[in-house]
Design a protein around this ligand. Structure first.
Ligand SMILES: [Zn+2]
Length: 101
């Protein structure tokens, strides 16, 4: 068995897909995946960074307005989503931080 097939990333080694394969099981990515993912993120930021930042800013404003207009429903949805993501993390045996709010 080659080293590539022994790693979690397998034939995705050195890519963002490989990096996420490591991430989803809560392990540190191999050097090739760290390097490949960093290069892909840098390329994406160079091509789309300003647009992504503006979309993020708009999304943050919309969340703030939604939480003020419908605070009970927003809190309910937030608690549901929080329970979901922590259950998913536990299922993947990802080490969870002590603070959850
Ligand atoms: Zn890897």
């Amino acid at each position: 068995m080659s080293r590539a097939t022994e790693l979690r990333c397998g034939d995705r080694r050195g890519t963002s897909a490989g990096y996420m394969a490591h991430y989803y099981v809560g392990e540190a990515a191999c050097d090739d995946c760290c390097t490949g993912h960093a290069a892909q993120v840098a390329q994406h930021r160079a091509e789309h960074g300003r647009h992504d930042r503006l979309l993020g800013k708009a999304r943050s404003r919309a969340y703030a307005r939604l939480s003020k207009e419908h605070p009970d429903r927003f809190r309910e949805l937030y608690e549901q989503a929080k329970a979901e993501v922590f259950a998913e993390a536990r299922a993947l045996r990802v080490e969870l931080p002590a603070v959850t709010s």
